[in-house]
Design a protein around this ligand. Structure first.
Ligand code: HEC
Ligand code: HEC
Length: 151
């Protein structure tokens, strides 16, 4: 048996081990996606939104507004877990208002410009900048070059 042959046997063995271990990991991955069930209390987002799209939006709110899920969603006092369909947390209603407002800015106002040269879409982060309270604009102390009178 030469070294090249031994190498081939080792590689083939590793491929088999890798194939066997990925096959074993599959069932748990499937069961976690099955946990998501269809939303029951959507008032502003499209009712036929996919689970992936809904969760992508929620993760976007978390990062752009800089808050955890529980900032907008109410906790079930019995289970201590978040009840996503519940409207008991008033912040959720504020967030619905914000979703509609952001949608209107894009579809009713910015869309009328026709040629958009800047950002493709206005988002929660455009105002919030990763914070629940949108930061106040603080002008720089220096005079902008454009406003300096030309000789
Ligand atoms: C900034 C506030 C906010 C944050 C943060 C947020 N959500 Fe939501 N979520 C909402 C609003 C508002 C709705 C309802 C949308 C509607 O009425 O169309 C909603 C709806 C949902 C629903 C659908 C519930 C149903 O059955 O109708 C799920 C599930 C959900 N959120 C999960 C999450 C998860 C998970 C997180 C954290 C990763 C999260 N949300 C973070 C505001 C938020
Ligand atoms: C045009 C700017 C703007 C955009 C876009 C915007 N917000 Fe807001 N948002 C504000 C302002 C300003 C406040 C504070 C209102 C106040 O003074 O009570 C606020 C408040 C909030 C609050 C309440 C925070 C609290 O502690 O009471 C939540 C939650 C929120 N926004 C979520 C969102 C989400 C989610 C989006 C995107 C879908 C979004 N906002 C888009 C300007 C914006």
């Amino acid at each position: 048996m030469n070294f090249r042959y031994m190498g081939a046997v080792v590689v083939a063995g590793l491929v088999l081990v890798a194939a066997a271990s990925t096959a074993q990991q599959e069932p748990p991955a499937k069961s976690t996606t099955a946990v998501h069930h269809a939303p029951t209390n959507l008032k502003v987002l499209p009712k036929d939104i996919s689970s992936e799209e809904l969760h992508a939006r929620m993760r976007q709110y978390v990062s752009e507004v800089g808050v955890p899920c529980g900032y907008c969603h109410a906790e079930n006092p019995q289970t201590g877990k978040l009840d996503f369909a519940s409207d008991d947390n008033p912040v959720k209603e504020t967030a619905r208002f914000m979703i509609k407002m952001t949608d209107d800015i894009n579809t009713k106002y910015l869309a009328q410009l026709g040629d958009r040269r800047y950002s493709p879409a206005f988002t929660c982060g455009s105002c919030h900048q990763g914070q629940p309270e949108p930061p106040t604009f603080v002008p720089k102390a220096s005079t902008p070059k454009d406003s300096v009178a030309k000789p």
